[in-house]
Write a protein that binds this ligand. Structure first.
Ligand code: AMP
Ligand code: MG
Length: 399
Protein backbone atom coordinates (compact mmCIF):
# COMPACT_ATOMS: atom_id res chain seq x y z
CA UNK A 1 0.00 0.00 0.00
CA UNK A 2 1.47 3.37 -0.96
CA UNK A 3 0.96 6.86 0.42
CA UNK A 4 -1.27 9.50 -1.13
CA UNK A 5 1.84 11.52 -2.02
CA UNK A 6 3.48 8.57 -3.80
CA UNK A 7 0.26 7.77 -5.63
CA UNK A 8 0.08 11.38 -6.74
CA UNK A 9 3.66 11.49 -8.02
CA UNK A 10 3.30 8.18 -9.88
CA UNK A 11 0.20 9.54 -11.60
CA UNK A 12 1.85 12.88 -12.35
CA UNK A 13 4.79 11.03 -13.95
CA UNK A 14 2.31 9.74 -16.54
CA UNK A 15 1.27 13.13 -17.88
CA UNK A 16 0.48 13.07 -21.62
CA UNK A 17 0.37 15.74 -24.28
CA UNK A 18 -2.68 15.32 -26.49
CA UNK A 19 -1.70 18.12 -28.90
CA UNK A 20 -3.63 21.16 -30.03
CA UNK A 21 -6.44 22.05 -32.43
CA UNK A 22 -8.22 25.14 -33.69
CA UNK A 23 -11.79 25.72 -32.57
CA UNK A 24 -14.20 28.47 -33.46
CA UNK A 25 -14.56 31.22 -30.88
CA UNK A 26 -18.17 30.04 -30.52
CA UNK A 27 -16.95 26.76 -28.99
CA UNK A 28 -13.87 27.93 -27.13
CA UNK A 29 -15.38 28.71 -23.72
CA UNK A 30 -13.97 26.39 -21.05
CA UNK A 31 -11.22 24.99 -23.29
CA UNK A 32 -7.54 25.61 -22.53
CA UNK A 33 -5.82 28.31 -24.58
CA UNK A 34 -2.76 26.90 -26.40
CA UNK A 35 -1.38 30.11 -27.93
CA UNK A 36 -0.84 33.65 -26.75
CA UNK A 37 -3.34 36.10 -28.20
CA UNK A 38 -2.04 39.46 -29.45
CA UNK A 39 -3.60 42.87 -29.99
CA UNK A 40 -3.94 43.40 -33.75
CA UNK A 41 -4.32 47.18 -33.14
CA UNK A 42 -3.78 49.57 -30.29
CA UNK A 43 -6.46 49.27 -27.59
CA UNK A 44 -8.21 51.66 -27.86
CA UNK A 45 -7.32 52.02 -31.52
CA UNK A 46 -8.04 55.80 -31.51
CA UNK A 47 -8.51 58.49 -28.89
CA UNK A 48 -11.90 57.28 -27.73
CA UNK A 49 -14.48 59.64 -26.31
CA UNK A 50 -15.61 58.16 -22.98
CA UNK A 51 -18.71 60.30 -22.25
CA UNK A 52 -21.47 61.89 -24.30
CA UNK A 53 -20.93 65.67 -24.40
CA UNK A 54 -18.81 68.21 -26.28
CA UNK A 55 -15.22 68.14 -27.51
CA UNK A 56 -13.26 71.36 -26.87
CA UNK A 57 -9.72 72.66 -26.62
CA UNK A 58 -8.63 72.72 -23.01
CA UNK A 59 -6.53 75.83 -23.66
CA UNK A 60 -9.71 77.71 -24.60
CA UNK A 61 -11.30 76.86 -21.24
CA UNK A 62 -8.09 77.89 -19.47
CA UNK A 63 -8.23 81.26 -21.23
CA UNK A 64 -11.64 81.78 -19.62
CA UNK A 65 -14.01 80.72 -22.40
CA UNK A 66 -17.16 79.03 -21.03
CA UNK A 67 -19.56 79.09 -23.98
CA UNK A 68 -18.91 77.20 -27.19
CA UNK A 69 -20.93 77.14 -30.36
CA UNK A 70 -21.75 73.68 -31.61
CA UNK A 71 -20.37 73.40 -35.14
CA UNK A 72 -21.23 69.75 -35.78
CA UNK A 73 -22.39 66.53 -34.19
CA UNK A 74 -20.22 63.43 -34.35
CA UNK A 75 -21.49 59.92 -33.64
CA UNK A 76 -19.39 56.84 -32.81
CA UNK A 77 -17.96 55.27 -35.94
CA UNK A 78 -17.76 58.55 -37.91
CA UNK A 79 -14.45 60.07 -39.03
CA UNK A 80 -13.39 62.88 -36.64
CA UNK A 81 -14.75 66.36 -37.37
CA UNK A 82 -12.30 69.17 -36.59
CA UNK A 83 -13.09 72.33 -34.64
CA UNK A 84 -11.73 75.39 -36.37
CA UNK A 85 -11.62 77.97 -33.55
CA UNK A 86 -11.36 78.15 -29.74
CA UNK A 87 -15.03 79.20 -29.47
CA UNK A 88 -16.24 76.12 -31.29
CA UNK A 89 -17.08 72.69 -30.04
CA UNK A 90 -18.29 69.40 -31.51
CA UNK A 91 -21.19 67.63 -29.89
CA UNK A 92 -19.71 64.18 -29.60
CA UNK A 93 -20.84 60.74 -28.44
CA UNK A 94 -19.26 57.97 -26.39
CA UNK A 95 -17.16 55.73 -28.61
CA UNK A 96 -16.43 58.45 -31.19
CA UNK A 97 -12.85 59.27 -32.27
CA UNK A 98 -11.73 62.59 -30.77
CA UNK A 99 -10.62 65.03 -33.50
CA UNK A 100 -6.96 66.04 -33.23
CA UNK A 101 -8.05 69.71 -33.02
CA UNK A 102 -9.72 69.02 -29.62
CA UNK A 103 -8.25 67.44 -26.52
CA UNK A 104 -10.95 67.32 -23.83
CA UNK A 105 -14.57 66.24 -23.49
CA UNK A 106 -17.13 67.91 -21.21
CA UNK A 107 -20.04 65.64 -20.39
CA UNK A 108 -23.67 66.68 -20.86
CA UNK A 109 -24.20 66.64 -17.08
CA UNK A 110 -21.77 69.60 -16.79
CA UNK A 111 -23.33 71.61 -19.64
CA UNK A 112 -26.30 73.79 -20.45
CA UNK A 113 -27.21 73.82 -24.12
CA UNK A 114 -29.38 76.57 -25.58
CA UNK A 115 -29.79 77.66 -29.22
CA UNK A 116 -26.71 75.81 -30.42
CA UNK A 117 -24.47 77.16 -27.65
CA UNK A 118 -23.05 74.83 -25.00
CA UNK A 119 -22.13 76.54 -21.72
CA UNK A 120 -19.88 74.80 -19.22
CA UNK A 121 -21.43 74.89 -15.71
CA UNK A 122 -18.42 73.68 -13.75
CA UNK A 123 -15.38 75.72 -12.66
CA UNK A 124 -12.78 73.08 -13.19
CA UNK A 125 -11.88 70.82 -16.07
CA UNK A 126 -8.87 68.61 -16.61
CA UNK A 127 -6.99 68.34 -19.85
CA UNK A 128 -7.83 65.10 -21.70
CA UNK A 129 -10.75 64.45 -19.38
CA UNK A 130 -13.21 61.82 -20.59
CA UNK A 131 -10.76 60.77 -23.27
CA UNK A 132 -9.54 57.17 -23.35
CA UNK A 133 -6.33 57.72 -25.25
CA UNK A 134 -5.10 55.52 -28.08
CA UNK A 135 -3.05 52.52 -26.92
CA UNK A 136 -3.62 53.30 -23.23
CA UNK A 137 -4.73 49.72 -22.41
CA UNK A 138 -2.54 47.74 -24.84
CA UNK A 139 -0.30 48.51 -27.82
CA UNK A 140 -0.61 46.71 -31.18
CA UNK A 141 1.43 43.50 -30.87
CA UNK A 142 1.10 43.29 -27.07
CA UNK A 143 -0.02 39.98 -25.58
CA UNK A 144 -3.65 40.26 -24.48
CA UNK A 145 -4.09 36.67 -23.20
CA UNK A 146 -1.44 34.14 -22.25
CA UNK A 147 -1.65 30.45 -23.09
CA UNK A 148 -2.18 27.56 -20.67
CA UNK A 149 -5.23 29.17 -19.11
CA UNK A 150 -8.88 28.19 -19.19
CA UNK A 151 -10.78 30.32 -21.65
CA UNK A 152 -13.19 32.38 -19.59
CA UNK A 153 -15.97 34.74 -20.62
CA UNK A 154 -13.58 37.68 -20.20
CA UNK A 155 -11.07 35.95 -22.48
CA UNK A 156 -13.75 35.36 -25.12
CA UNK A 157 -14.44 39.09 -24.95
CA UNK A 158 -10.82 40.10 -25.56
CA UNK A 159 -10.34 37.37 -28.22
CA UNK A 160 -13.35 38.72 -30.10
CA UNK A 161 -12.02 42.27 -29.86
CA UNK A 162 -8.73 41.30 -31.55
CA UNK A 163 -10.52 39.29 -34.24
CA UNK A 164 -9.43 35.84 -33.04
CA UNK A 165 -12.29 33.89 -34.61
CA UNK A 166 -10.32 30.62 -34.57
CA UNK A 167 -8.50 29.87 -31.36
CA UNK A 168 -5.77 27.29 -30.80
CA UNK A 169 -6.71 25.14 -27.81
CA UNK A 170 -5.40 21.99 -26.15
CA UNK A 171 -6.90 18.82 -27.60
CA UNK A 172 -8.84 16.81 -25.07
CA UNK A 173 -8.19 13.12 -24.53
CA UNK A 174 -10.79 10.55 -25.56
CA UNK A 175 -12.17 9.28 -22.28
CA UNK A 176 -14.39 6.30 -21.51
CA UNK A 177 -16.01 5.75 -18.13
CA UNK A 178 -17.11 2.23 -17.23
CA UNK A 179 -19.28 1.16 -14.37
CA UNK A 180 -18.98 -2.42 -13.18
CA UNK A 181 -21.42 -4.38 -11.07
CA UNK A 182 -24.36 -6.75 -11.49
CA UNK A 183 -26.41 -4.67 -9.06
CA UNK A 184 -26.40 -1.59 -11.29
CA UNK A 185 -29.17 -0.45 -13.61
CA UNK A 186 -29.44 2.48 -16.00
CA UNK A 187 -30.56 5.75 -14.39
CA UNK A 188 -33.85 5.79 -16.25
CA UNK A 189 -34.76 2.30 -15.03
CA UNK A 190 -36.59 1.33 -11.89
CA UNK A 191 -34.18 -0.70 -9.73
CA UNK A 192 -35.44 -3.84 -8.03
CA UNK A 193 -35.22 -3.73 -4.20
CA UNK A 194 -31.63 -4.98 -4.34
CA UNK A 195 -30.38 -2.95 -7.26
CA UNK A 196 -29.15 0.64 -7.55
CA UNK A 197 -28.73 3.12 -10.38
CA UNK A 198 -25.23 3.47 -11.79
CA UNK A 199 -24.90 7.03 -10.58
CA UNK A 200 -21.09 7.19 -10.30
CA UNK A 201 -20.42 7.39 -14.00
CA UNK A 202 -22.68 10.41 -14.26
CA UNK A 203 -20.84 12.07 -11.39
CA UNK A 204 -17.48 11.36 -13.02
CA UNK A 205 -18.71 12.70 -16.33
CA UNK A 206 -19.93 15.88 -14.66
CA UNK A 207 -16.48 16.41 -13.12
CA UNK A 208 -14.84 15.98 -16.53
CA UNK A 209 -17.32 18.28 -18.21
CA UNK A 210 -15.86 21.10 -16.14
CA UNK A 211 -12.94 20.83 -18.61
CA UNK A 212 -15.25 20.26 -21.60
CA UNK A 213 -14.20 16.58 -21.84
CA UNK A 214 -17.14 14.61 -23.27
CA UNK A 215 -16.60 11.01 -22.22
CA UNK A 216 -18.34 7.88 -23.43
CA UNK A 217 -20.25 5.95 -20.76
CA UNK A 218 -20.31 2.16 -20.76
CA UNK A 219 -21.34 -0.56 -18.37
CA UNK A 220 -19.95 -4.04 -17.78
CA UNK A 221 -21.31 -6.84 -15.64
CA UNK A 222 -19.15 -8.60 -13.06
CA UNK A 223 -18.22 -11.16 -15.66
CA UNK A 224 -14.56 -11.75 -16.35
CA UNK A 225 -15.01 -12.52 -20.03
CA UNK A 226 -17.18 -9.48 -20.64
CA UNK A 227 -14.82 -7.21 -18.72
CA UNK A 228 -11.98 -8.50 -20.85
CA UNK A 229 -13.78 -7.98 -24.17
CA UNK A 230 -14.94 -4.48 -23.30
CA UNK A 231 -11.62 -3.32 -21.88
CA UNK A 232 -9.69 -4.70 -24.84
CA UNK A 233 -11.88 -2.64 -27.13
CA UNK A 234 -11.51 0.46 -24.93
CA UNK A 235 -7.73 0.11 -24.93
CA UNK A 236 -7.71 0.64 -28.69
CA UNK A 237 -10.33 3.37 -28.87
CA UNK A 238 -9.61 5.72 -25.97
CA UNK A 239 -6.73 7.61 -24.36
CA UNK A 240 -8.06 7.37 -20.82
CA UNK A 241 -10.11 4.63 -19.17
CA UNK A 242 -11.87 5.39 -15.90
CA UNK A 243 -13.46 2.47 -14.07
CA UNK A 244 -15.69 2.58 -11.05
CA UNK A 245 -16.07 -0.56 -8.95
CA UNK A 246 -14.68 -4.06 -9.09
CA UNK A 247 -11.18 -3.32 -7.74
CA UNK A 248 -11.56 -4.48 -4.12
CA UNK A 249 -11.16 -7.87 -2.44
CA UNK A 250 -14.58 -9.29 -3.37
CA UNK A 251 -15.16 -12.53 -5.26
CA UNK A 252 -16.49 -10.54 -8.24
CA UNK A 253 -13.83 -7.85 -8.31
CA UNK A 254 -12.17 -8.98 -11.54
CA UNK A 255 -10.93 -5.64 -12.83
CA UNK A 256 -7.26 -5.65 -11.66
CA UNK A 257 -6.56 -9.19 -12.93
CA UNK A 258 -8.17 -8.52 -16.29
CA UNK A 259 -6.31 -5.23 -16.73
CA UNK A 260 -3.01 -6.95 -16.06
CA UNK A 261 -3.89 -9.79 -18.42
CA UNK A 262 -4.47 -7.12 -21.09
CA UNK A 263 -0.93 -5.76 -20.52
CA UNK A 264 -2.00 -2.71 -18.58
CA UNK A 265 0.97 -2.34 -16.24
CA UNK A 266 -0.05 -1.85 -12.66
CA UNK A 267 1.62 1.25 -11.15
CA UNK A 268 -0.04 0.71 -7.79
CA UNK A 269 -3.01 -0.97 -6.16
CA UNK A 270 -4.26 0.37 -2.82
CA UNK A 271 -3.50 3.74 -1.35
CA UNK A 272 -3.22 4.63 2.35
CA UNK A 273 -6.39 6.66 2.37
CA UNK A 274 -10.01 6.77 3.40
CA UNK A 275 -12.13 6.72 1.38
CA UNK A 276 -10.73 5.12 -1.78
CA UNK A 277 -8.22 2.61 -0.40
CA UNK A 278 -8.59 -0.02 -3.20
CA UNK A 279 -7.71 2.51 -5.97
CA UNK A 280 -5.81 0.82 -8.85
CA UNK A 281 -3.76 2.74 -11.42
CA UNK A 282 -1.98 1.46 -14.51
CA UNK A 283 -0.68 2.33 -17.97
CA UNK A 284 -0.57 0.39 -21.21
CA UNK A 285 2.46 0.48 -23.52
CA UNK A 286 0.29 2.17 -26.15
CA UNK A 287 -0.02 5.16 -23.81
CA UNK A 288 -3.51 4.53 -22.44
CA UNK A 289 -3.87 5.52 -18.80
CA UNK A 290 -6.27 3.56 -16.56
CA UNK A 291 -7.80 4.91 -13.37
CA UNK A 292 -9.75 2.15 -11.61
CA UNK A 293 -11.59 3.58 -8.62
CA UNK A 294 -13.47 1.69 -5.95
CA UNK A 295 -17.20 1.86 -6.56
CA UNK A 296 -18.24 3.52 -3.34
CA UNK A 297 -19.64 6.79 -4.60
CA UNK A 298 -17.66 8.98 -2.21
CA UNK A 299 -14.45 7.06 -2.99
CA UNK A 300 -14.91 7.51 -6.70
CA UNK A 301 -15.78 11.17 -6.30
CA UNK A 302 -12.81 11.88 -4.03
CA UNK A 303 -10.34 10.00 -6.25
CA UNK A 304 -11.57 11.92 -9.29
CA UNK A 305 -10.79 15.20 -7.54
CA UNK A 306 -7.54 14.19 -5.87
CA UNK A 307 -5.95 12.18 -8.69
CA UNK A 308 -7.68 12.26 -12.05
CA UNK A 309 -8.54 15.95 -12.32
CA UNK A 310 -5.03 17.19 -11.34
CA UNK A 311 -3.55 14.73 -13.84
CA UNK A 312 -5.85 16.08 -16.55
CA UNK A 313 -4.95 19.65 -15.57
CA UNK A 314 -1.27 18.78 -15.95
CA UNK A 315 -1.92 17.16 -19.36
CA UNK A 316 -3.59 20.36 -20.49
CA UNK A 317 -0.80 22.57 -19.12
CA UNK A 318 -2.94 24.07 -16.36
CA UNK A 319 -1.27 24.96 -13.09
CA UNK A 320 -3.65 24.78 -10.16
CA UNK A 321 -2.44 26.20 -6.87
CA UNK A 322 -3.06 24.02 -3.81
CA UNK A 323 -5.63 25.47 -1.46
CA UNK A 324 -5.66 25.41 2.33
CA UNK A 325 -8.16 26.10 5.09
CA UNK A 326 -8.26 26.24 8.88
CA UNK A 327 -9.90 23.28 10.64
CA UNK A 328 -12.71 24.65 12.76
CA UNK A 329 -13.34 21.69 15.08
CA UNK A 330 -11.11 19.10 16.77
CA UNK A 331 -11.13 15.68 15.09
CA UNK A 332 -9.72 12.28 15.99
CA UNK A 333 -9.01 9.72 13.30
CA UNK A 334 -7.05 6.67 14.44
CA UNK A 335 -6.27 4.56 11.34
CA UNK A 336 -2.91 5.43 9.79
CA UNK A 337 -4.55 6.51 6.59
CA UNK A 338 -4.88 9.93 5.01
CA UNK A 339 -8.42 10.95 5.80
CA UNK A 340 -10.31 12.94 3.20
CA UNK A 341 -12.94 14.53 5.37
CA UNK A 342 -15.97 16.24 3.91
CA UNK A 343 -16.13 19.85 5.08
CA UNK A 344 -18.17 22.95 4.69
CA UNK A 345 -16.09 26.05 3.91
CA UNK A 346 -16.86 29.50 5.20
CA UNK A 347 -14.80 32.68 5.05
CA UNK A 348 -14.97 34.56 8.37
CA UNK A 349 -14.85 38.32 8.77
CA UNK A 350 -11.07 38.24 9.15
CA UNK A 351 -10.75 36.68 5.69
CA UNK A 352 -9.86 33.26 7.10
CA UNK A 353 -11.23 30.21 5.31
CA UNK A 354 -12.72 27.90 7.94
CA UNK A 355 -13.46 24.21 7.36
CA UNK A 356 -16.20 22.61 9.44
CA UNK A 357 -16.54 18.80 9.27
CA UNK A 358 -19.81 17.39 7.95
CA UNK A 359 -21.11 14.37 9.81
CA UNK A 360 -21.35 11.47 7.36
CA UNK A 361 -21.78 7.72 7.29
CA UNK A 362 -18.57 6.74 5.50
CA UNK A 363 -17.77 6.24 1.86
CA UNK A 364 -21.22 4.90 1.02
CA UNK A 365 -22.89 8.14 2.10
CA UNK A 366 -23.02 10.23 -1.00
CA UNK A 367 -26.23 12.07 -0.19
CA UNK A 368 -24.06 14.22 2.07
CA UNK A 369 -21.61 15.05 -0.71
CA UNK A 370 -23.96 17.71 -1.90
CA UNK A 371 -23.58 19.56 1.41
CA UNK A 372 -19.79 19.51 1.27
CA UNK A 373 -17.72 22.27 -0.30
CA UNK A 374 -14.47 20.35 -0.10
CA UNK A 375 -12.52 17.35 1.14
CA UNK A 376 -9.99 18.31 3.79
CA UNK A 377 -6.85 16.18 3.51
CA UNK A 378 -5.83 15.09 7.02
CA UNK A 379 -2.35 13.48 6.94
CA UNK A 380 -1.86 9.79 7.82
CA UNK A 381 0.93 10.50 10.35
CA UNK A 382 -1.40 12.40 12.66
CA UNK A 383 -4.34 11.05 14.69
CA UNK A 384 -5.63 14.14 16.43
CA UNK A 385 -6.33 17.27 14.53
CA UNK A 386 -6.88 20.42 16.53
CA UNK A 387 -9.13 23.30 15.81
CA UNK A 388 -6.97 26.05 14.27
CA UNK A 389 -4.62 23.71 12.39
CA UNK A 390 -4.25 24.33 8.66
CA UNK A 391 -4.69 21.54 6.09
CA UNK A 392 -5.07 21.23 2.35
CA UNK A 393 -8.58 21.28 0.89
CA UNK A 394 -9.87 19.96 -2.43
CA UNK A 395 -12.84 22.02 -3.49
CA UNK A 396 -15.79 20.17 -4.96
CA UNK A 397 -19.19 21.27 -6.22
CA UNK A 398 -17.57 24.18 -8.01
CA UNK A 399 -20.03 25.53 -10.52
P1 AMP B 1 -17.31 -2.21 -5.54
O1 AMP B 1 -16.14 -1.27 -5.58
O2 AMP B 1 -17.62 -2.77 -6.90
O3 AMP B 1 -17.14 -3.24 -4.50
O4 AMP B 1 -18.57 -1.34 -5.12
C1 AMP B 1 -18.63 -0.72 -3.86
C2 AMP B 1 -19.99 -0.12 -3.63
O5 AMP B 1 -20.23 0.90 -4.57
C3 AMP B 1 -21.14 -1.10 -3.80
O6 AMP B 1 -22.12 -0.82 -2.83
C4 AMP B 1 -21.64 -0.81 -5.19
O7 AMP B 1 -22.98 -1.17 -5.37
C5 AMP B 1 -21.44 0.67 -5.29
N1 AMP B 1 -21.23 1.09 -6.68
C6 AMP B 1 -20.40 0.53 -7.56
N2 AMP B 1 -20.46 1.15 -8.76
C7 AMP B 1 -21.38 2.13 -8.62
C8 AMP B 1 -21.91 3.13 -9.51
N3 AMP B 1 -21.49 3.24 -10.78
N4 AMP B 1 -22.83 3.97 -9.01
C9 AMP B 1 -23.23 3.87 -7.74
N5 AMP B 1 -22.77 2.98 -6.86
C10 AMP B 1 -21.87 2.11 -7.28
MG1 MG C 1 -18.84 -4.23 -7.58
Amino acid sequence: MITVQDAESIIQSQVRNYGTEYVSIHHALGRVLAEDLYADRDIPSFNRVAMDGIAIRFAAFQKGLRSFSISATQAAGQPPIDILADEECIEIMTGAALPSSADSVVRYEDLEILNGIATVKVDQLKQAQNVHSQGKDRRAGDVVATKDKIITAAMINIAASVGATKILVKKLPRVVILSTGDELVEVDQQPSPYQIRRSNVYGIRAVLEQLQVQPTLLHIADDEAQIRTELQECLSNYDVIILSGGVSMGKFDHVPAVLEALQVKKQFHKVQQRPGKPFWFGVHDNGVVVFAFPGNPVSTFMCMHRYCLPWLHACLGLKEAEQYAVLNEAITFNPSLTFFMQVELRMNKHGTLLATPIEGNGSGDFANLLLADAFMELPAEQNTFNSGEVFRVLKINKS
